[in-house]
Design a protein around this ligand. Structure first.
Ligand SMILES: [Zn+2]
Length: 238
């Protein structure tokens, strides 16, 4: 009978493995994680696109300012030409032109400063954009790693169930029919059929077993059951 007990323990351990594998198959946590990562990716992507649009807006503003600077410079040149070539001794016209030239000059400086400010900001934005791009790549990589990891786990769990079931089928062939029926009944009712006794406590129902049962466990060659929960019990290595 002790020979059978070893097989019963093996069967029980295999059923526990099946339960663990089923847990992995039913576990939706990786799906949750993937969805969360996808959302994170979308959010980061939106921020990235916003930054990109802002940079483009700044670039077009700068182009516009530069065009205006060119226009202003052209007008300044014309005024200067008039000042040196067309005024003769008309002091009134000279003063007017000089005033215009000064106005053009200060306007040009103002626009150039504005442009420099834009360029500095643009530089900053470009750095931020690059950081965001790296972040996006990282999230994407994590997403695919997580997906691959989950699919590996699932494949492994499925394979484990097939392997374990094969072993259980083989072992069960060698167990007497009435014991097998008892095992199945216990497993259906309580979730486990064969449990260890640790420090005098049944690991199935967590209740201390009596001395009589403990003696039986130590000496009997029969299969012993917990007097409280009915599960088949055995003493562990210790
Ligand atoms: Zn028990």
């Amino acid at each position: 009978m002790k020979y059978n007990l070893e097989k019963l323990i093996k069967i029980e351990k295999n059923y526990n493995k099946v339960r663990e594998s089923n847990k992995i198959l039913k576990d939706g946590s990786h799906m949750y994680l993937l969805r969360k990562m996808k959302k994170e990716f979308e959010e980061a992507k939106n921020i990235y696109l916003e930054k990109k649009a802002k940079i483009e807006e700044m670039e077009s503003k700068c182009i516009k300012i530069n065009k205006n600077i060119d226009l202003e410079k052209e007008e300044q040149k014309q005024s200067e030409y008039k000042l040196y070539n067309e005024c003769g001794s008309n002091f009134g016209m000279m003063a007017k032109l000089e005033e215009q030239i000064e106005k053009h000059k200060s306007k040009i400086i103002e626009m150039e400063n504005e442009c420099i400010e834009f360029l500095e900001k643009e530089e900053e934005f470009k750095k931020e954009k690059e950081k965001l791009r790296q972040q996006l790549l990282k999230v994407k990589e994590d997403f695919y790693n997580c997906k691959e990891d989950a699919s590996k786990k699932i494949t492994k769990a499925k394979q484990e169930i097939v392997n374990v079931q094969r072993e259980v089928d083989k072992l069960e062939l060698e167990i007497p029919k009435e014991i097998l029926e008892k095992l199945n009944l216990l497993r259906n009712e309580k979730g486990s059929a064969v449990v260890e006794v640790k420090k005098g406590v049944c690991m199935g129902c967590k209740i201390k077993i009596s001395l009589i049962t403990l003696n039986k466990l130590n000496n009997s060659k029969e299969i012993v059951c917990c007097e409280n929960c009915g599960r088949i019990i055995y003493l562990g290595e210790s």
